[in-house]
Design a protein around this ligand. Sequence first.
Ligand code: FAD
Length: 603
Amino acid sequence: MTHALIDPWHLSFVLDEVLHAETLFELPAFAEHDRAGAAAIIETASRLAEDVFLPSYRLLDDNEPVIENGRVVLPPEIEQALGAFREAGFIGMVARPEDGGLGLPRTFANAAFLQFQAANVSIANYAMLNMSAAELLSRHGAEAQKARYMAPMLDGRFFGTMALSEPHAGSSLGDITTTARLRSDGTYALRGTKMWISGAEHDMGENIVHLMLARIEGAPAGVKGISLFIVPRKQLDSSGRPSIWNNVALAGLNHKMGQRGTVNTVLNVGEGGETVGEIVGAPGQGLACMFTMMNEARIGVAMGAVAHASAGYRISLAYARDRRQGRHPDAKDPASPQVPLIEHADVRRMLLQQKAAAEGGVAFALYLARLADVKAAASGEGERQDAALLLDFLTPVFKAWMSEECLAANENAMQVLGGAGYTRDFPLEQHYRDNRLNPIHEGTNGIQALDLAGRKVSMAGGRALTLYLAKLADCALDAARHHDTRPLAAQLRGLAEAVDASVRRLSALAASSGPRAAMSRAPDLMALVGATTFSWIWLEQASAALGGYDAATASEAERTRRHGMVLTARDVFLRCVPRAEAAAARLAGEAPPSLAMTDDMFG
Ligand SMILES: Cc1cc2nc3c(=O)[nH]c(=O)nc-3n(C[C@H](O)[C@H](O)[C@H](O)COP(=O)(O)OP(=O)(O)OC[C@H]3O[C@@H](n4cnc5c(N)ncnc54)[C@H](O)[C@@H]3O)c2cc1C
């Protein structure tokens, strides 16, 4: 197998011809970097991912973390790989230079990070949590907190976690009950139980820094009463060195279907002694601050899904080219040689769905990363605000749509291998199991749909939706210039109209029948917007494939790859337009029968 779990041709094509990401280096915040340097970083990531992350992919599945003498023991390969990641400077890749980071545009940093996720997501998770925890502290932490906690995270000495969920409060974070009591020195004593916390107990590094949501005693019910705290595993002494244990007790491990190398814990705080935390930001602002990390994690989770789809695609493609089985339907001679699997129409269908998910996912992921870069660094206030709105609008769509489309891709990858795909001789069943988490965590896809329908479409007086529809219109206009993409451009216009009409219908329904009736349609709206967005992302790629090169001088191989992009876009439209239309029809129709089902009707 080659190390290219993320196809380098396609990655460069997206960065250079679809996103024109080199223009980011014209912004003062990124002027220290250039395209050649960014390419070298991505190449280093790809090599490191293959050499250091990939070899233990199966091993971590077979050897999940265990508790020995009250401590979590991880396979040493995790620490070795994270050490190499740190040594190569990847932890501070996107952190700001004033925080000691490299300040690379996220567009390129995420292109690099995808390599690690594709090679070994269980290890990449520790890095992702750490990097986004550091980012949260950079944005919301006090200067002293940055020095004491964020800087060691970026050095790789401390590890960050996000500690939100509780046994009775997963989707409904407003119901958390962990409490925080103000101490005389201005710190807080926390007490409660946290559930599902990833990367929260191990002996790597010098300390673990939990970013924990809790309720200050007397705070109002619901999300307005939630505050955010830094809760280190070991308290720091006055010189910032980890000293005494902070009573963050491991109550147990969760034994998971996949992503087993990422330890997942139940934690008790304030049991058998005080657990001391420092507040981040203002009281009651906890969830708002935490959204810095949650939004990044939502994108990171769906990038993980894309990485699994990419890895599965490369593996099943290689297999389909190698294994011979059967003959074409019109082959008359039973003694003629069997053909490679890739010759069969049904196998090509399954490969094409995977190519669409993997490459569409990479393009979608990096489009969002580019929005994050513009949001952070564009010179015009209006441009920054618009990028922020579009990013907010698209985040739940990327999370929900890509985690499902990429899981379907892993199913197809297994199916391409036939019986072999169902065995542990190939890593596809593991990719599938690992990937199955992504529709669940970081807000289930049901919750993402509620976010889209309940908040995002009406955000900023509907401006986010307007910006989105304008992007679709721009893409259709551009695609209409090429003969091959003109019919797709017309279809995209139709989908945009369906989105617009459906959102209006939904808001009328909310006004006439109340939010419960309207929100029962949220999954249909997600299906419509997801299919529309994915079609848009592919039409952008098809237009770029046709427009960005000189066909007369290009090599045969180059022409072939580009033609393949256009055919893939056509396949995406063939599959997605009917899905979008069906969702729009459901949104326009009667209330879903499930709404009328009473508990006892379920039998
Ligand atoms: C492996 C793993 C790692 C995780 N890592 C972390 C971590 O590091 N930190 C952390 O804080 N959390 C973490 N989580 C928690 C994760 O975010 C939650 O599992 C998730 O948010 C769902 O919560 P829940 O499991 O309590 O399910 P529930 O909230 O009980 O949901 C069950 C089902 O009901 C649906 N549902 C719930 N409420 C509604 C509603 N209002 N409307 C419609 N449908 C609804 C959901 O969509 C879902 O299908 C992790 C979870 C897992 C499995």
